[in-house]
Write a protein that binds this ligand. Sequence first.
Ligand code: DAT
Ligand code: MG
Length: 136
Amino acid sequence: MNRTLVICKPDAVERGLVGEIVGRLERKGLTLVAAELRTIAADTAGQHYAEHQGKPFYDELVSFIGRSPAMVMVVEGPDDTWKIVRTLMGVTNPADAAPGTIRGDLATEMGENLIHGSDSAESATREIGIFFPALG
Ligand code: DAT
Ligand code: MG
């Protein structure tokens, strides 16, 4: 799988960090295949975050991801592009994310961690199908 789903979450758009984030992906050598600024509806968020249903932070997560427009993208690169993106992102909690990563450099809170990236080749296929069915 050489494509993965990336979302610049509402906090990234609100803070004017989409260019910074996309720039980091592009400078790494990845290419944009699709990009759309959209407000993610609750049912779409529910599909996307199905693995988190029932967790204590789920409602907050769905509300956050749909609170204002997000930049939803498909990026392409060599094998395991999803893994390259995850490395650039940094770990989930920005307090633990290494300097040099997107979350490590630009975010402070778990609930506002700027970016989503698929966590496996299977997730990438599934998530691209949700947001860009024509590319699925
Ligand atoms: P990631 O976004 O790094 O793939 P994840 O899939 O485990 O992380 O969780 C999805 C999002 O949910 C994450 O970006 C932020 C939020 N989240 C995860 N764990 C959380 C927790 N323990 N408390 C609050 N929010 C959490
Ligand atoms: Mg995840």
